[in-house]
Every structure is written in C-alpha cells, then in structure tokens.
Design a protein around this ligand. Structure first.
Ligand code: ZN
Ligand code: ZN
Length: 168
C-alpha cells in the first residue's frame, strides 16, 4: 500500500484502506499496546499545501492495551482525525523527492511513494495515553505478593494495614 507523491493534483489524491490486526507488530518501545482487536479502517488524503504536502486522514480501530497498574490487557476503542504536513516540495513530473528538513520521518517515504500505514502507526501511538488504566478504580498488583488485587484477595492486604505505609 503506497501513494505516489509525484504530480499530486490540486484536489489531492486519496485512499481508503483496511489494516488487518496482524499488521501491528508489538515492539518493546511501545509495550503499552499489546495489539489490535479489530482491523483498522483508514482514509487518507494528500494534497499540495504551499511548499509542503498536507496529509489528512482518519482511522478507527479497537486496541488491546496493557494496564500500567495491574498489567492486564484491556480493550480500548479509538477513532481519530489528523492532519500533518510533510516538508517535501510538491514536485512535478518525474523529479525525485526533495527532502527539505532533517527531522522528517523517513519511515513514511520510500523514493517517491508515501506509506500511509506508517503514518497511521505513528498517529495511533500518539493517541494512546501515556498512562494506561483498565478502569479508573483499578486496584493494581499487591506490592508484596504481586497478585492482581482486582481479581484476588491476598492475605498480605488483609493483615496489618499499616504494613504498607510503614514500609514507605
Ligand atoms: Zn488495571
Ligand atoms: Zn499480596
């Protein structure tokens, strides 16, 4: 899946696409995201904007996130609209892509093609909250035995309640 960046008409160039759940590859940097529970439905449009290229789009999916407190996965629905600008001069004909800024994310671009799924991936990561919680009242893990206090009651917490505080 790629979009040709040459000869972009003024009215733009657009694409509808679906990314299957196995498209997502978890990596260590993004361990908040366990995976996708449903395909990503996405729409993307590129058009010339001054000396840049505007990339506008929207997508929706259901993610499986890992709770920061209890470490259990939970479902999270997401839908997002976005618009970003690529610092590439809109070129005509068969000219090569001219990269104008060093900080451009090159994962997006391959020669004269744009990879829309890489843009969706970045937008998806940006949308996930830094602090992930399965529920606002998640009780987390017992700091002593490590059991999940949402589903289990351990003997550590039923004993001396001051124990935790005296340890801090
Ligand atoms: Zn939790
Ligand atoms: Zn415990």
């Amino acid at each position: 899946m790629k979009i040709d960046l040459t000869n972009i008409p003024l009215e733009g160039r657009e694409a509808d696409f679906t990314l299957k759940p196995d498209w997502w590859k978890s990596d260590l940097e993004e361990d908040r995201i366990v995976g996708l529970e449903s395909p990503v439905s996405a729409w993307i449009k590129i058009y010339p904007a001054g000396n840049k290229i505007a990339v506008e789009g929207s997508f929706s999916t259901r993610l499986l996130l890992r709770c920061d407190r209890c470490l259990e996965p939970y479902s999270w629905d997401l839908s997002k609209d976005f618009r970003i600008y690529l610092s590439i001069s809109p070129f005509k004909g068969n000219a090569e892509v001219e990269l104008l800024e060093d900080d451009l994310n090159l994962d997006f671009i391959d020669g004269k093609f744009l990879h829309p799924d890489q843009i969706i991936k970045e937008q998806l990561i940006l949308t996930v909250p830094m602090k992930t919680l399965c529920t606002v009242e998640c009780k987390g893990l017992c700091p002593i035995c490590g059991c999940n206090l949402n589903t289990t009651t351990c003997s550590c917490s039923s004993g001396d309640k001051n124990f935790l505080f005296s340890n801090q």
